[in-house]
Design a protein around this ligand. Structure first.
Ligand code: GRF
Length: 196
Protein backbone atom coordinates (compact mmCIF):
# COMPACT_ATOMS: atom_id res chain seq x y z
CA UNK A 1 0.00 0.00 0.00
CA UNK A 2 1.29 3.48 -0.86
CA UNK A 3 1.97 5.37 2.35
CA UNK A 4 3.34 8.94 2.36
CA UNK A 5 5.92 9.66 5.04
CA UNK A 6 5.12 11.90 8.00
CA UNK A 7 7.14 14.98 8.86
CA UNK A 8 7.18 17.23 11.90
CA UNK A 9 8.68 20.67 11.30
CA UNK A 10 10.21 22.73 14.14
CA UNK A 11 10.28 26.51 13.66
CA UNK A 12 11.04 29.73 15.53
CA UNK A 13 10.58 32.57 13.06
CA UNK A 14 9.58 33.56 9.55
CA UNK A 15 9.10 30.03 8.24
CA UNK A 16 10.38 30.50 4.69
CA UNK A 17 12.01 27.07 4.76
CA UNK A 18 8.82 25.59 6.24
CA UNK A 19 7.03 27.11 3.25
CA UNK A 20 9.41 25.34 0.86
CA UNK A 21 8.49 22.01 2.49
CA UNK A 22 4.75 22.80 2.40
CA UNK A 23 5.03 23.69 -1.31
CA UNK A 24 7.05 20.57 -2.15
CA UNK A 25 4.48 18.31 -0.41
CA UNK A 26 1.59 20.06 -2.16
CA UNK A 27 3.26 19.90 -5.58
CA UNK A 28 4.17 16.22 -5.21
CA UNK A 29 7.92 16.84 -5.21
CA UNK A 30 7.93 15.24 -1.79
CA UNK A 31 5.94 12.08 -1.10
CA UNK A 32 5.23 13.23 2.43
CA UNK A 33 2.84 15.21 4.57
CA UNK A 34 3.46 17.49 7.53
CA UNK A 35 1.76 16.06 10.63
CA UNK A 36 2.36 19.18 12.68
CA UNK A 37 4.47 22.28 13.14
CA UNK A 38 5.98 23.01 16.56
CA UNK A 39 7.19 26.53 17.31
CA UNK A 40 9.46 27.70 20.13
CA UNK A 41 7.93 31.14 19.68
CA UNK A 42 4.15 31.64 19.73
CA UNK A 43 4.49 34.83 17.64
CA UNK A 44 6.40 33.15 14.79
CA UNK A 45 5.06 33.99 11.33
CA UNK A 46 5.74 30.34 10.46
CA UNK A 47 2.60 29.47 12.48
CA UNK A 48 0.47 31.56 10.11
CA UNK A 49 1.95 29.75 7.14
CA UNK A 50 1.13 26.41 8.78
CA UNK A 51 -2.36 27.56 9.65
CA UNK A 52 -3.00 28.65 6.06
CA UNK A 53 -1.95 25.18 4.90
CA UNK A 54 -4.29 23.54 7.46
CA UNK A 55 -1.45 22.00 9.42
CA UNK A 56 -1.85 21.34 13.14
CA UNK A 57 0.35 23.65 15.22
CA UNK A 58 1.87 23.49 18.68
CA UNK A 59 2.97 27.00 19.68
CA UNK A 60 5.16 26.33 22.71
CA UNK A 61 6.41 29.40 24.55
CA UNK A 62 10.07 28.77 25.28
CA UNK A 63 10.42 31.99 27.27
CA UNK A 64 7.47 31.21 29.55
CA UNK A 65 8.16 27.51 29.98
CA UNK A 66 11.92 27.62 30.48
CA UNK A 67 14.33 25.11 28.98
CA UNK A 68 13.40 22.06 31.05
CA UNK A 69 9.60 22.25 30.71
CA UNK A 70 9.87 23.31 27.10
CA UNK A 71 12.03 20.30 26.21
CA UNK A 72 9.76 17.99 28.24
CA UNK A 73 6.73 19.17 26.23
CA UNK A 74 8.60 18.99 22.95
CA UNK A 75 9.77 15.43 23.57
CA UNK A 76 6.24 14.34 24.59
CA UNK A 77 4.70 15.76 21.41
CA UNK A 78 7.39 14.22 19.20
CA UNK A 79 7.04 10.83 20.92
CA UNK A 80 3.25 10.88 20.62
CA UNK A 81 3.36 11.76 16.92
CA UNK A 82 6.41 9.60 16.15
CA UNK A 83 7.12 11.14 12.72
CA UNK A 84 9.34 9.52 10.11
CA UNK A 85 11.48 12.66 10.00
CA UNK A 86 11.83 15.81 12.12
CA UNK A 87 12.87 18.86 10.07
CA UNK A 88 14.38 21.90 11.79
CA UNK A 89 13.41 24.94 9.72
CA UNK A 90 14.81 28.17 11.11
CA UNK A 91 14.61 26.56 14.56
CA UNK A 92 16.72 28.58 16.97
CA UNK A 93 16.91 26.24 19.96
CA UNK A 94 19.43 23.47 20.56
CA UNK A 95 17.75 20.06 20.75
CA UNK A 96 18.63 18.21 23.97
CA UNK A 97 20.57 14.93 23.77
CA UNK A 98 17.50 13.01 24.94
CA UNK A 99 15.71 14.01 21.73
CA UNK A 100 18.65 13.70 19.31
CA UNK A 101 19.39 10.22 20.68
CA UNK A 102 15.78 9.06 20.72
CA UNK A 103 15.29 10.19 17.11
CA UNK A 104 18.82 9.38 15.93
CA UNK A 105 19.06 9.51 12.12
CA UNK A 106 15.59 11.06 11.91
CA UNK A 107 16.32 14.76 12.57
CA UNK A 108 17.61 17.08 9.83
CA UNK A 109 18.57 20.76 9.77
CA UNK A 110 19.43 23.38 7.16
CA UNK A 111 22.30 25.79 7.79
CA UNK A 112 23.15 28.87 5.66
CA UNK A 113 26.83 28.09 5.01
CA UNK A 114 29.04 25.37 3.61
CA UNK A 115 29.56 23.36 6.81
CA UNK A 116 31.86 22.79 8.61
CA UNK A 117 32.70 26.41 7.82
CA UNK A 118 30.75 29.03 9.77
CA UNK A 119 28.82 26.55 11.88
CA UNK A 120 28.56 25.82 15.60
CA UNK A 121 26.92 27.38 18.60
CA UNK A 122 25.92 31.03 18.09
CA UNK A 123 26.40 30.88 14.31
CA UNK A 124 22.99 31.49 12.79
CA UNK A 125 21.17 33.94 10.53
CA UNK A 126 22.99 37.11 9.48
CA UNK A 127 25.93 36.33 11.77
CA UNK A 128 26.88 33.58 9.32
CA UNK A 129 26.74 35.85 6.26
CA UNK A 130 28.66 38.62 8.06
CA UNK A 131 31.40 36.13 9.00
CA UNK A 132 31.59 34.87 5.41
CA UNK A 133 32.06 38.44 4.13
CA UNK A 134 34.60 39.26 6.80
CA UNK A 135 36.67 36.19 5.88
CA UNK A 136 36.66 37.24 2.21
CA UNK A 137 35.35 33.89 1.06
CA UNK A 138 34.69 33.59 -2.66
CA UNK A 139 31.92 31.08 -2.17
CA UNK A 140 29.37 30.15 0.45
CA UNK A 141 26.12 28.20 0.27
CA UNK A 142 23.88 26.03 2.40
CA UNK A 143 24.12 22.60 3.97
CA UNK A 144 21.46 20.10 5.02
CA UNK A 145 22.71 17.67 7.64
CA UNK A 146 21.56 15.16 10.25
CA UNK A 147 21.30 16.57 13.76
CA UNK A 148 23.50 14.98 16.40
CA UNK A 149 24.64 16.00 19.89
CA UNK A 150 27.26 18.30 18.40
CA UNK A 151 25.87 21.57 16.95
CA UNK A 152 26.01 21.69 13.10
CA UNK A 153 28.40 18.72 12.98
CA UNK A 154 26.19 15.76 11.94
CA UNK A 155 26.61 13.89 8.63
CA UNK A 156 25.89 16.03 5.56
CA UNK A 157 23.00 15.04 3.27
CA UNK A 158 23.69 17.68 0.64
CA UNK A 159 25.17 21.13 0.18
CA UNK A 160 24.69 23.80 -2.48
CA UNK A 161 27.36 26.32 -3.41
CA UNK A 162 26.62 30.00 -3.96
CA UNK A 163 29.19 32.55 -5.17
CA UNK A 164 30.15 35.56 -3.06
CA UNK A 165 30.19 38.50 -5.51
CA UNK A 166 32.13 41.77 -5.33
CA UNK A 167 30.05 44.36 -3.52
CA UNK A 168 27.92 41.77 -1.70
CA UNK A 169 26.36 42.84 1.58
CA UNK A 170 24.79 40.68 4.28
CA UNK A 171 21.42 41.36 2.63
CA UNK A 172 22.41 40.38 -0.92
CA UNK A 173 24.23 37.30 0.31
CA UNK A 174 21.32 36.28 2.53
CA UNK A 175 18.98 36.53 -0.44
CA UNK A 176 21.22 34.48 -2.77
CA UNK A 177 21.80 31.77 -0.14
CA UNK A 178 18.11 31.74 0.60
CA UNK A 179 17.25 30.96 -3.03
CA UNK A 180 19.56 27.94 -2.80
CA UNK A 181 18.01 26.85 0.52
CA UNK A 182 14.48 26.85 -0.86
CA UNK A 183 15.54 24.31 -3.49
CA UNK A 184 17.97 22.33 -1.37
CA UNK A 185 15.80 21.58 1.66
CA UNK A 186 12.96 19.65 -0.03
CA UNK A 187 15.52 17.77 -2.12
CA UNK A 188 17.55 16.80 0.96
CA UNK A 189 14.37 15.73 2.80
CA UNK A 190 13.47 13.51 -0.17
CA UNK A 191 16.92 11.87 0.06
CA UNK A 192 16.68 11.43 3.85
CA UNK A 193 13.21 9.83 3.51
CA UNK A 194 14.54 7.42 0.90
CA UNK A 195 17.30 6.35 3.27
CA UNK A 196 14.91 5.47 6.13
C1 GRF B 1 17.71 29.79 6.91
O1 GRF B 1 18.80 30.63 6.65
C2 GRF B 1 18.18 28.48 7.45
O2 GRF B 1 19.45 28.12 6.98
C3 GRF B 1 18.20 28.72 8.91
O3 GRF B 1 17.07 29.57 9.14
C4 GRF B 1 16.85 30.35 7.99
C5 GRF B 1 15.42 30.32 7.54
O4 GRF B 1 14.55 30.74 8.51
N1 GRF B 1 18.20 27.49 9.63
P1 GRF B 1 12.99 30.67 8.26
O5 GRF B 1 12.67 29.30 7.70
O6 GRF B 1 12.65 31.72 7.24
O7 GRF B 1 12.35 30.93 9.58
Amino acid sequence: MHCPKHLVVLVSGNGSTLQSIIDACREGRLDASISCVISSNPAAYALERADRANIMCFPLDYRKLGTERYNFNLENILSAISPDLICLAGYLKILPGTITRKFDGRVVNIHPSLLPKFGGSGMYGDRVHAAVLQSRETQTGCTVHYVTDEVDAGPVILSRKVPVLPGDTVETLRERVHMAEIEAYPEAIRIALEML
